[in-house]
Write a protein that binds this ligand. Structure first.
Ligand code: HDD
Length: 741
C-alpha cells in the first residue's frame, strides 16, 4: 500500500523517527511557585554527599518525642493515681511503645548475619585497558561499604559456623553505585537460579522444630546435595578449611560469575573478580570453631571491628582473571557460564586492578549494616552481566527482596544506599518516600519541566547494554551439555590440597554425615564421594562405619591447582593476636620486652593474668592486664607465649593451700587448658622462665613442631613470629590417608 494511503490513527505510536527534536542543552526546570516554599526541598536521592547521613537524627540536648516536644518524664506512665490504671491519653507512652513494637524488620532470607565496614577503593588503572568504568581508571579513589556474612544462620547466630561467607562490596562511584555481591567460595551450589529456593530450604533448619541453627550437618542439606550432584563442588569447599575462616579479614572473595567488561571502543572481555586479602588466607580448625561459637559467638564481627578501631585496617587487592569473549564462552574446557566451575589460577592468573582498605566502622549497625541493600544489577558503564543462568535470576531476586525487607521501593533513599552520583530518576511516591520532589512533569518527553531529564549518549556516561548476538535457538528448559560434569572440579579441589588439609576435609564429611539420621542419605553422599576420589570416600566410609561404594561415572581428571592450598606459604603477621600468659612468678621486664617486640611487628599482644588490673602497680615495670584466666580462652589467640608457671597469688585466688606432697604452687588448670588447646590446634607456643613448667604440666614436649622454649623473650618471640607467618605448625596434625584412586 502506498504510504499516502495509510490509515492514520491519532495518538498511535509511529514507526517513523520522531520529528520533534529532543532538547540538547540543559534548561532550568520551572522555578518553584511562590506558594511552594514548604520544607526545604532537599532530595535525599539527589544529594551526593553534601547532606550528612544523620542530618535529621538526634540533635539538641533534651529528650523529645518524635515531633520534637520536650519530655519531662519517660519512666512513669500517666496513671489514674500511683496505683491506678494507665490512661489511653498517654501519647508519649503510646509513641514509645508503638515505635518499639516495630523496631525489627524481616531479616535477610539468606546472609542474615553479617558485619559491615566503610572503606576506600583505589584503582591501579590496570583494568582501564579492558573497561571504561570510571572507578577503575588510574588512581581513582572510590568510597566503599562492605558487608561480610554467613549464609544459613539467623541474625543472632554464631559467626564461626561451617558455612559459605558472603563478601559484598558497594562502590559509590561517580557514575552510579556498583555492587559486587560475592562469596568466599568461587563456585556455587546450583547452575540455575530457579533452584535457589530448593537449596536454601534444604540447608535452613528443619521446618518442624527449626533446628539445627546455622549448620549444614543435617539430613535435609545432605539429602539435597547428594541428590543434586552439581552441588558437590561447592560442598567440597565448605567441608574444607575454607568453610571456617579464621576471620573476615583473612578470607578471599570471589564474584563467582563471569562478567563482561567493555572499553570505550566497545571491545569486550570476560572476567572473573577475585579479592585477595593482604592479611593472608587463614582458617580455623573445627574444634576451635566449635569452642568459639560458645565462647564468643561474635568472633568475626568483633575481630573486624577491633582491627579497624585499632587502626590495623584490613586490605584486599581486587584482581581479575580475563578470558577472550568468544562465541562459545569456554576457556580451557571450562564453561564460563557455569557458576559451579571456577578457573584455576594456574590457567588464568589473577591480575591486580586495585586495593581496598576498610578504615571505618559503622556508626549504627541497623542504619548501615542491616539496611544496606546490594544487588548484582547495580552496574556502571563498562561492566555488564553475562547469560550465566544463576546470575540472570539474581538480577531479579535482589531488587525484589529489598521491597519486603526494607518496606517498599524507596530503599535507595536510605542513607547507606544513597548513590554518590546525582540521581534524577522520575521514580515517584511509594512507601517511605523521603524526597520532596519539585516540578510537575515526572515523565518524558516533557516540555513543562524544561524537558528534563535528558537522555545521555554513551559518550556522556550512559550505561549501554553490550549488544550481544544470540545464536538462533529454541525456547526450552534445559542446560547445555557442558554443564553436565558435576565431579571433576570437586576432585580438582580435593587433590590440590596438602595431606593435612585433606584430612580436615575427611573429618568434616565424617562429622556432618555422622549427624544425618537417614542411612540412605549417608549412602548416597558416599556414592558421590566415590565419583570424586576413592581415597576420600573410603576414609569417610570408615568413619561412618559403612561400606565404601565404587565410582559410577567416568570423571575427567584435571591437574591440581596448588594455588588452592593454604599450607606451605608465609603471610604477614601484622594484625595477628598473641596471648601472653603471666602470673606473679613472671619477670615483668621480660613481659614488657615481649610486648614491645610483638608490637613492633604489628602483632597484637594481649596479657593474660590470674586477675585483672595492673601487674607491678606502682613500680616502673607496670604491665596492664587485658584478659584474665577466667575470661581468656585459647581460641582468641593465634599463638601463645607463656611466662607463668604457677604462683602463690594464683593459688590464693583459687583458695588453694598446698597439701602435703604437692608442689608449693601448681600451674593453674586454666593455663593448662589454654596450652593444651593451642597445642591441639597446632598453634605456635613459646615459653621462657617458669613457662617451661607450664608446658610440662600441659604434657607438651619441647621438641615438637611449633614449640619454642628459650632463656627469655629475645630467644622465643622471633621464633614464634616466624611460625605465626605460616599460620600453624601444620606438621603437628596427623596426616591424611593418601588420596587417589
Ligand atoms: Fe544471594 C543475599 C551472594 C546466589 C538471592 N547473596 C546475598 C548476599 C550475598 C550473596 C553476599 C548478602 C548481601 C548483603 O550483605 O546484604 N548469592 C550470592 C552469591 C551467589 C548468590 C555469590 C551465587 C553466585 N542469591 C543467589 C541466588 C539468589 C539469591 C541464585 C536467588 C535466586 N541473595 C539472594 C537474596 C538476598 C541474597 C534473597 C538475601 C538478602 C538480599 O538478597 O539482599 O535476594
Amino acid at each position: 500500500m502506498p504510504a499516502e494511503d495509510k490509515i492514520m490513527i491519532p495518538g498511535a505510536p509511529s514507526s517513523e523517527p520522531p520529528t520533534v527534536e529532543e532538547p540538547t542543552a540543559a534548561r532550568e526546570p520551572l522555578a518553584p511557585k511562590p506558594d511552594q516554599q514548604g520544607p526545604e526541598a532537599v532530595s535525599p536521592t539527589g544529594s551526593p554527599t553534601g547532606e550528612p547521613a544523620n542530618s535529621r537524627a538526634q540533635s539538641g540536648q533534651y529528650l523529645t518525642t518524635a515531633q520534637g516536644l520536650r519530655v519531662g518524664d519517660t519512666d512513669h506512665s500517666l496513671k489514674a493515681g500511683p496505683r491506678g490504671p494507665i490512661l489511653l491519653q498517654d501519647h508519649h507512652l503510646r509513641e514509645k511503645i508503638t515505635h518499639f513494637d516495630h523496631e525489627r524488620i524481616p531479616e535477610r532470607v539468606v546472609h542474615a548475619r553479617g558485619a559491615g565496614a566503610h572503606g576506600v577503593f583505589r584503582s591501579y588503572g590496570t583494568a582501564s585497558r579492558i573497561t571504561k568504568a570510571g572507578f577503575l581508571a588510574p588512581d581513582v579513589e572510590t568510597p566503599v561499604f562492605v558487608r561480610f556474612s554467613t549464609v544459613l544462620g539467623s541474625r543472632g547466630s554464631a559467626d564461626a559456623v561451617r558455612d559459605t561467607r558472603g563478601f559484598s562490596t558497594k562502590f559509590y562511584t561517580d557514575e552510579g553505585t556498583y555492587d559486587l555481591v560475592g562469596n568466599n567460595i568461587p563456585v556455587f551450589f546450583i547452575q540455575d537460579g530457579i533452584k535457589f529456593p530448593d537449596v536454601v530450604h534444604a540447608a535452613k533448619p528443619h521446618p518442624d522444630r527449626e533446628i539445627p541453627q546455622a549448620q549444614s550437618a543435617h539430613d535435609t542439606f545432605w539429602d539435597f546435595v547428594s541428590l543434586h550432584t552439581e552441588a558437590q563442588a561447592h560442598t567440597m569447599w565448605n567441608m574444607s578449611d575454607r568453610g571456617i575462616p579464621r576471620s573476615y579479614r583473612t578470607m578471599e572473595g570471589f564474584g563467582v560469575h563471569t562478567f563482561r567488561l567493555s572499553d570505550e571502543a566497545g571491545n569486550t572481555t570476560l572476567v572473573k573478580f577475585h579479592w585477595k586479602p593482604k592479611q593472608g588466607v587463614h582458617s580455623l580448625v573445627w574444634e576451635e570453631a566449635q569452642i568459639i561459637n560458645g565462647m564468643d559467638p561474635d568472633f568475626h564481627r568483633r575481630d573486624l571491628a577491633d582491627a579497624i578501631e585499632a587502626g590495623a585496617y584490613p586490605e584486599w587487592e581486587l584482581g581479575v582473571q580475563t578470558f577472550p569473549d568468544t562465541e562459545d564462552q569456554m576457556f580451557e574446557g571450562i564453561d564460563l557460564l557455569d557458576p559451579t566451575k571456577f578457573v584455576p589460577e594456574e590457567l588464568a592468573p589473577v591480575q591486580p586492578i586495585g586495593l581496598m582498605t576498610l578504615n571505618a566502622n559503622p556508626t549504627n549497625y541497623f542504619a548501615e549494616t542491616e539496611q544496606v541493600a546490594f544487588h548484582p544489577g547495580h552496574l556502571v558503564p563498562g561492566i555488564d552481566v553475562t547469560n550465566d543462568p544463576l546470575l540472570q535470576v539474581r538480577l531479579f531476586s535482589y531488587l525484589d527482596t529489598q521491597i519486603s525487607r526494607l518496606g517498599g521501593p524507596n530503599f535507595a533513599q536510605i542513607p547507606i544506599n544513597r548513590p554518590h552520583a546525582p540521581v534524577n530518576d522520575m521514580l515517584r511516591d511509594g512507601m517511605h518516600q523521603t524526597a520532596v520532589h519539585g516540578g510537575v512533569a515526572p515523565y518524558r518527553p516533557n516540555s513543562l519541566d524544561g524537558g528534563c531529564p535528558f537522555l545521555a549518549g554513551h559518550d556522556m556516561g550512559a550505561f549501554v547494554d553490550v549488544p550481544e548476538e544470540l545464536a538462533a535457538s529454541v525456547k526450552e528448559r534445559r542446560n547445555p551439555a557442558s554443564f553436565d560434569d558435576h565431579f571433576s572440579q570437586a576432585r580438582l579441589f580435593f587433590r590440590s590440597l596438602t595431606p593435612v588439609e585433606q584430612d580436615h576435609v575427611i573429618q568434616a564429611y565424617t562429622f556432618e554425615l555422622g549427624k544425618c539420621y537417614e542411612a540412605a542419605v549417608r549412602e548416597r553422599q558416599l556414592m558421590a564421594l566415590a565419583n570424586i576420589d576413592a581415597g576420600l570416600c573410603a576414609a569417610v566410609a570408615i568413619g561412618l562405619g559403612m561400606p565404601a561404594p565404587g565410582a559410577t561415572v567416568q570423571v575427567p581428571d584435571p591437574g591440581p591447582s596448588p594455588a588452592l592450598s593454604q599450607v606451605g606459604k608465609t603471610w604477614p603477621v601484622a594484625g595477628r593476636v598473641v596471648g601472653l600468659i603471666v602470673d606473679s612468678s613472671s619477670d615483668l621486664s621480660e613481659v614488657s620486652a615481649a610486648r614491645e617486640a610483638l608490637d613492633a611487628a604489628g602483632v597484637v599482644p594481649l596479657v593474660i593474668a590470674p586477675t585483672g588490673g595492673v601487674l607491678g602497680a606502682g613500680t616502673n615495670q607496670e604491665v596492664v592486664v587485658q584478659r584474665t584466666y577466667l575470661t581468656a580462652r585459647s581460641t582468641e589467640f593465634d599463638a601463645l607465649l607463656v611466662a607463668a608457671g604457677g604462683s602463690p597469688a594464683a593459688d590464693a585466688e583459687q583458695g588453694r593451700d598446698a597439701k602435703a606432697g604437692e608442689p608449693a604452687t601448681r600451674v593453674d588448670p586454666r593455663v593448662v587448658l589454654m596450652l593444651s588447646e593451642a597445642y591441639r590446634h597446632a598453634k605456635a607456643i613459646g615459653a621462657w622462665g617458669a613457662g617451661s613448667g607450664a608446658l610440662e604440666a600441659a604434657g607438651i614436649t619441647r621438641d615438637t613442631p611449633g614449640i619454642t622454649v628459650g632463656e627469655g623473650p629475645d630467644a622465643v618471640v622471633p621464633a614464634v613470629q616466624e611460625m605465626l607467618a605460616s599460620h600453624r605448625a601444620w606438621d603437628r596434625f596427623p596426616a591424611a590417608p593418601q588420596a587417589g584412586e
